[in-house]
Every structure is written in C-alpha cells, then in structure tokens.
Design a protein. Structure first.
Length: 321
C-alpha cells in the first residue's frame, strides 16, 4: 500500500455550499504506509464525510465536482486559519490529484479557497518530515458561466483565492479557467505561484468579460490576478523550512477574451521577488481598460543588490485600448 494511489472523489449536485471551514479535499501526507484524506461538506443540502485512502508516495485522488451553483465562503471563527475550501494537497513525494469543476456559478468569498497545493509537511521533532514536499501540485480546471472571487479573511488578511501554489520543492499545477464572466473584487485573488524552489504554474484564462476591481477596505489588500514568485513570511519560513528568497520560476499568464478591465487599484500581471524566471504575459483581447490606478505589471525584485530575475516578455494584442 505504500505506493498506492488515492481514490477519486466525484460529486454531482444541484447546489454545493461550504461555510465556516467546510471542506472538500484530497490530501497526500508524507512518509506513511497509508493515510486518510478527509472530504467534508458542511451544509444541510449535502452533508457527508468521505475517506480517501492514499500514501505519501502515491498519486493523489482527483476531485471532480459538477453542480449548478457552488459557494465557498468564510472560515471557522474559533480557528481563523481553517477556511472553507475545495482543495487537492500533497505533503509527500506523490503528486496531488487534479481539481475539475463544472458549474453555472462559482462564488468564493470571505477568505474561502479553491486551490491545489504542494507543501512541506510541518515540524517532525524540529525537522522536515522525510520525503515531504517533493510531489507536484495538481492542475485546477474550472468551467463556469460566472465566477466571482471577493473579499478576505478579516482575521488573517488572506484573500479569497482560486488557483494553485507551491511552498515546497514540487511544482505548482496549472490553472485553466473558461468562463463567460469573471469578477475579482474586494481583495479577492486568482493566482498561480510559488513561495519556494518549486516552479509556479501556468494561469490560462479564456473569458468574454474580465473585471479586476478595487481591494479590501479593511486590510488594504488589492484584488489580484496573475502569476508570482513571492517571498514567504517569517512564519511560513519557520513552519515549512523554506528560504526567505524564492528560487522557483514564475509561471506564464495567458488571457484571451473580449474585454479586460483593471480598476481602482487592482493588480494584474506577473512578479518575482527572488531568483528565477519572472514569467511572461500573453494577452489577446478585444479591449483593455485601465482606470483609477488599476495596474498591469511585470515586476522583478532586487535581492542583495542584484536584479534577481530575468525580465518578463510581454505579448499583448488588443483591438482597442
């Protein structure tokens, strides 16, 4: 069983609502012969607890959800870092499973997340768990008529987020979005990135209308869309044994659509705060509108007196600016 893959999780329902840290998740843990990833949905319309047997070296189970409406909102008030989520996570050497969501409407708010992650396992007697952090994150695929990502967790300040990330040696998965309308506002985020030496994934968006607007009034967190390699906080460095300077490459950002609006201080682009490739921007749009300090960026940092990352190539075709 030590190398067996995890089982898949398939949900088909009319409405799926996750509140107050409700979760649908498939997880690979490190260095165990057999582990149990739990999937829980905290909502009367669909209440269940599902075990997903898996192993630290095996392939993680895929999570597939088909629903008319999906809402992922909020966090546990007694444990604010425990948030409502749909996720696929690897903490071992096996790759995480993929997330595949088909819905008419997806709403992520109040600090909830829909993510695929590769992370180091937490402390094991003062050292990283053997074999942890080597697996790659799974791919995230969302097909929806409407996607809304809004708000932050008011206690932790973390954004409501859709995408993929790595805080480990493994690479983040790719994120693919197909939608008619995408709105990222009030501090919400659509991101693919790395905080460590694993590479960030591709973020590929195809939409008729994309609006990235404003930020959260309380925390000042801007609404964001893009790919990144970001310097981890001191707490993340201590917990996951990662360097203060990310070394993984930033992924590519591809946007194809009729209209992109970046307004009221919101941010779209690619960024690198360490050593590695800074990613690239590839846009094909009918129109692009920047207003009221909306930002379209390709940014690199200066680390130890040196420009740390390669410059980002930018390809942008817009019929109308």
């Amino acid at each position: 069983m030590a190398r067996a893959g995890g089982g898949d999780l398939y949900l088909e329902t009319q409405d799926l609502t996750l509140l107050d840290s409700g979760k649908v998740t498939a997880t690979i843990f490190a260095n165990r012969d057999q582990v149990l990833g739990l999937a829980a949905i905290a909502e009367p319309s669909l209440a269940l607890l599902i075990g997903l047997p898996d192993a630290g070296k095996g392939q993680g189970g895929n999570v597939t959800i088909q629903a008319d409406r999906i809402a992922v909102d909020g966090f546990n008030s007694l444990a604010p870092s425990s948030v409502s989520q749909i996720s696929s996570i690897t903490l071992g050497s096996g790759n995480a499973g993929n997330l595949d969501i088909t819905t008419r409407e997806l709403r992520v708010s109040g600090g909830g997340v829909v993510v695929s992650s590769s992370v180091f396992s937490i402390l094991d007697f003062g050292a990283p768990v053997a074999g942890s952090g080597l697996g790659n994150g799974g791919n995230v695929s969302v097909r929806a008529d409407d996607i809304t990502l809004t708000g932050v967790n008011p206690i932790t300040g973390l954004s409501s987020t859709l995408g993929s990330q790595t805080i480990a040696l493994g690479n983040a998965g790719n994120t693919t979005i197909q939608t008619r309308r995408l709105w990222v506002g009030e501090g919400g985020a659509l991101l693919s990135g790395t905080f460590a030496s694993g590479d960030g994934g591709l973020l590929d968006i195809q939409a008729q209308s994309i609006r990235v607007d404003g930020g959260d009034a309380l925390t000042g967190q801007p609404s964001r869309l893009g790919t990144f390699a970001a310097a981890p906080s001191a707490a993340v460095q201590r917990t996951f044994f990662v360097s203060a300077v990310p070394e993984g490459n930033t992924g590519r950002l591809v946007i194809r659509g009729d209209r992109l609006e970046i307004t009221n201080g919101a941010q779209v682009g690619v960024a690198h705060q360490g050593f590695g490739s800074a990613g690239s921007l590839d846009f094909s749009l009918g129109s692009l509108r920047l207003a009221n300090q909306g930002q379209l960026n390709a940014a690199t940092a200066v680390v130890r007196g040196e420009t740390s990352s390669s410059r980002s190539p930018i390809s942008c075709y817009c019929a109308r600016l």
